[in-house]
Design a protein around this ligand. Structure first.
Ligand code: F6R
Length: 615
């Protein structure tokens, strides 16, 4: 969850590290810290609780020139956010310095042992055992990278870390164990970078190498060598990534979240571009090197994800069943991984995630691999761990998402799942004839402009949000393929506005939640003109009969519903299966405007992180 950056080269390190941390702040933001090696050989460490700005202003004008250093932005696991608990952490002599992402699960036992050996600790963190372990192994005169490998050998859990030592003043050592977030090495001219993910490196280089589980990189300004945690030399090549760093600029938008909501027409376009072929109709998925024979073998699909991505997976389940005609279930990855699931070579596991580094989703994928299941991942981050485990990838291709609350990656993931379902139908011979395939693919062509039409309604959504910003509880109801959108609407409101909200299948309302309904609990109902419309309108009547206030997301031209309700948002008509993409958008705006009205930091909501690498 934490952000990690390291630099070694010929330029002043501090501004580069601060700039890198700025780009990584979305990963964690309760405290931040830097460590650099001054030109006179001194180790200088500065840490500060709070957001990065606190650290940067504390440093102004009083930082030594240096060409090597590391920086960290933290999401606390062990030890509350404080100056002392912030990373980097040091050994007893102040010669080894470490930044870390993950949890040292056996840190109490290690700490006890190290204290018995005479080591002294200053923080409440698990991370602090790492520099002391490395200090211990360096006593033998071993190199830093081998000492890091030996320290890792003692540590349980998953880790991503960067280390340097005063004793080897031109070297950074980075390591990755398990799924505690990525480690990427960036190759420059006479300089090298390491970071927890790409955004921090993109302004400087597109030549990168990703560490996989159990790999260590020893990085100097001129070279990098790779080894396994047990010291074996590894061959590893850099690759070129094609992300556009400019897409991360906020432009004229007040917040990244607002920008990313507004970017959805392009996000959907980018996600279908070149894949949905209209004449003759076809679906082409470029990162799907799975033989037709293997796809034909699939008897069951299991979709997994967490949070917003789980909601996209829930929509995807409808697509897999209705379009590809394969029995499908959906599961929360953190439950799935411990459920002792029964999988086999005839099962396709589809993992959905924007970061491709969510620990629970990766663990679910590891389980799927162990049982020989076929795997496809839907992901936004090129080269992330999920994309390396899966047999096939459908990238959402919607550029960096900086706002911690996912918006454009959600709707783009739904579009990608729709394409995947069409692709499976096509490759498995479920498609009856060309007209059948055309009827599935043609509706995609209108989606970018329909999404654009819905985003144009921003002022209306803002007015509605202001009218409802004083309420402290909301219920979101929907049915069928729209039910996951009710869940997502409620999640967005919770995340950025800190308002209690629940998403329910409307049919479930009578089985309990109806007891909560009164004039203080607005109900957001997605009631589109689809096959479940009559059922939804009955549920709306039931709410109204109990003095409930209803905000409806309805189909364009639905005058009947408009007569009954004071608050209604109309959506243009798309193919019913693609309507979830449209319905999600007003709910994203609604949560955004309420949060802004309440004065909250929408891009970095409290307690959240963009990449969740701890359980
Ligand atoms: C919510 C949000 C989270 C993530 C979840 C999984 O706005 O972003 O719920 O969806 O943490 O992360 P990924 O999608 O990276 O697997």
């Amino acid at each position: 969850m934490c952000g990690i950056i390291g630099y070694v080269g010929n330029r002043p390190a501090v501004p580069l590290l601060l700039e890198g941390l700025q780009r990584l702040q979305y990963r964690g933001y309760d405290s931040a810290g830097l460590a650099v090696l001054a030109e006179n050989g001194d180790l200088c460490v500065e840490k500060s609780v709070g957001k990065l700005a606190a650290l940067a202003s504390g440093l102004r004008g009083r930082w030594p020139t240096s060409r090597l250093g590391i920086g960290h932005t933290r999401w606390a696991t062990h030890g509350r956010p404080s100056d002392i608990n912030a990373h980097p952490h040091r050994d007893c002599q102040g010669r080894v310095v470490v930044i870390h992402n993950g949890i040292v699960e056996n840190y109490l036992a290690l700490k006890e042992r190290l204290v018995d050996q005479g080591h002294t600790f200053v923080s409440e963190t698990d991370t602090e055992v790492i520099p002391h372990l490395i200090e211990h192994y360096l006593q033998d005169g071993t190199s830093l990278e081998l000492a890091v490998g030996r320290a890792i050998g003692q540590m349980e859990g998953a880790h991503a870390m960067v280390v340097f030592s005063v004793g080897e003043p031109d070297k950074l050592v980075a390591a990755r164990v398990g799924n505690a977030g990525g480690v990427v090495v960036g190759y420059g001219q006479g300089e090298m970078f390491v970071a927890s993910d790409l955004p921090a490196l993109l302004p400087h280089t597109r030549q990168v190498a990703f560490l996989t589980d159990g790999e260590i990189a020893a990085v100097t300004s001129q070279s990098v060598s790779y080894l396994s945690v047990d010291g074996a030399v590894l061959a590893k090549e850099a690759q070129t990534v094609s992300y556009d760093p400019l897409s991360a600029a906020r432009g004229n938008y007040k917040h990244f979240m607002l920008k990313e909501i507004a970017e959805q027409p392009e996000a959907i376009l980018d996600s279908i571009r070149g894949r949905a072929r209209f004449e003759p109709p076809a679906v082409v998925l470029e990162d799907m090197a799975i033989p037709k024979r293997r796809l034909s073998q699939i008897r069951r699909v299991v979709l997994v994800g967490m949070g917003t991505s789980l909601h996209a997976a829930m929509v995807g389940r409808h697509y897999i069943e209705q379009i590809a005609r394969i029995p499908a279930v959906v599961d929360n990855a953190s439950e799935f991984r411990y459920r002792k699931p029964l999988l086999d070579a005839d099962t396709l596991v589809v993992s959905v995630g924007q970061s491709g580094e969510t620990v629970d989703s990766l663990a679910a994928m590891d389980e799927a691999r162990r049982q020989g299941a076929l795997q496809i991942t839907i992901c936004n981050v090129v080269g992330s761990q999920a994309t390396r485990i899966a047999d096939g990838v459908v990238y959402t291709r919607c550029g960096l998402e900086v706002g911690v609350a996912s918006t454009k990656t959600f709707t783009a993931a739904i579009a990608a799942l729709y394409l995947l379902a069409c692709y499976l139908a096509q490759e498995r011979g479920v498609i009856e004839d060309e007209e059948h395939l055309r009827s599935l693919i043609d509706p995609l062509a209108r989606m970018p402009s329909l999404v654009g039409q819905v985003t144009q309604g921003d002022e209306e959504y803002e007015r509605l949000a202001h009218r409802f910003s004083r309420y402290n509880n909301f219920l979101y109801l929907a049915r069928g393929v729209q039910f996951p959108i009710a869940m997502e609407g409620a999640l967005k409101l919770k995340e950025v506005s800190y308002i209690h909200a629940e998403g329910y299948p409307a049919g479930e309302m009578k089985h309990g939640p109806i007891a909560l309904i009164d004039e203080e609990m607005p109900v957001v109902a997605i009631a589109l003109r689809d096959e479940l419309y009559d059922k939804m309108t009955s549920n709306i009547e039931q709410v109204k009969a109990r003095e409930g206030t209803v905000i409806a997301i309805a189909s364009e031209g639905d005058k009947e519903l408009a007569k009954k309700l004071d608050h209604i948002i109309h959506l243009p008509q798309a193919s019913p299966l693609l309507m979830p993409i449209l319905a999600a958008i007003p709910l994203q705006f609604f949560a955004y405007h309420i949060a802004v009205r309440r004065g909250f930091d929408v891009d970095q909501p409290r307690n959240l992180a963009k990449t969740v690498t701890v359980e």
